[in-house]
Design a protein around this ligand. Structure first.
Ligand code: SF4
Length: 311
């Protein structure tokens, strides 16, 4: 979501160094963004205030002579590190009354897409927001397959059935399994990719697919997941982080939306097809279906997804 801002900044300042303060887990993603010079680990747990820790990190960065800081979250605490680092220009949305923490504050954006809101912090370029693009060299793709014991020449359909947010964003397991059987019947391999948290879901899809799908959830690190997706023939994904990865790798993709809205965080790729039923109750943005039926995803039939895949 924030890479288009980096692209804009790189255009404006071709010689500048761009350092990104981000959680350790995101380092493999940032390493695949050509705009990023270096990453600084953000050690603070989600929601943790940790005044002393933020002050210590800010003071440590004060000697690095950073000129500008772009603060993307809206929280008060997220603006503390650049403040303590005495970065002269601290830019972001007004958010939680960040009067003195930020000295270039923008009013709340009315742009519907998060990606446009972030990119707008670099100023209005008069051009469309660029699409994120991650790099994945053929050599990296080969290495990932070799490490995982996967065939080097397969052109699989990759499923990303996780969605950390909750079940109301997950296309049902039985639909994924039915789709795997249909894809497999055409001779195409199906690989299931996700984190260790998705391992049980992946295992169940594998079981119900009658051996067609291969469960790789929890077996890859993020870098390998990027490289496996980069080599996919096509991707089927819930609205999740890996959906955005697949979009940034510009793979043909079918993105399935349930309780969330494609108007807010759509996959940013011309090769992505969005399937969203637009029911009266959607988007509800709930983690679990408050109506108990999950029609928004249950009613997206595997046949419909197969047709959208257009294999
Ligand atoms: S209320 Fe509607 S949009 Fe929300 S999860 Fe249930 S079916 Fe989906």
């Amino acid at each position: 979501m924030m890479q288009p801002l980096l692209m804009r900044l790189r255009e404006l300042h071709p010689q500048a160094e761009i350092h990104v303060l981000a959680p350790a887990w995101s380092a493999p993603l940032l390493a695949r963004m050509p705009e990023v010079t270096a990453t600084i680990e953000n050690p603070f747990a989600h929601g943790a205030f940790d005044w002393a820790g933020r002050k210590a990190l800010g003071c440590r960065l004060a000697g690095a002579d950073f000129r500008q800081a772009y603060v993307l979250p809206n929280s008060w605490k997220s603006a503390l590190v650049p403040f303590f680092a005495k970065i002269p220009e601290r830019i972001g949305y007004h958010g939680e009354a960040r009067y003195f923490l930020l000295n270039r504050r923008f009013p709340k954006s009315t742009l519907p897409r998060l990606v446009d809101r972030y990119a707008a912090l670099a100023g209005n370029s008069g051009t469309a927001t660029p699409e994120p693009r991650l790099t994945s060299a053929l050599q990296q793709q080969r290495a990932a397959r070799e490490t995982l014991g996967l065939p080097p020449d397969a052109a699989p359909v990759v499923f990303c059935p996780g969605a950390e947010y909750g079940p109301a964003k997950r296309w049902p397991i039985h639909h994924y399994a039915a789709l795997a059987r249909k894809v497999g019947a055409g001779g195409t391999a199906v690989w299931i990719i996700g984190s260790h948290k998705d391992a049980a879901v992946g295992k169940e899809i594998e079981r119900l697919s009658e051996g067609t799908a291969l469960n790789l959830c929890g077996r890859t690190n993020l870098e390998q997941a990027i490289d496996l997706i980069a080599g996919a023939r096509a991707v089927v994904s819930n609205d999740s982080g890996l959906m955005h990865v697949a979009a940034a790798l510009d793979r043909p993709m079918v993105a399935l939306y349930g309780s969330s809205s494609p108007a807010y965080t759509p996959p940013l790729s011309a090769h992505a097809k969005i399937l969203s039923l637009g029911l009266d109750c959607s988007p509800c943005f709930k983690r679990e279906c408050p109506l108990g039926h999950l029609r928004c995803l249950e009613d997206i039939a595997p046949e419909y997804v197969l047709a959208a895949l257009n294999l």
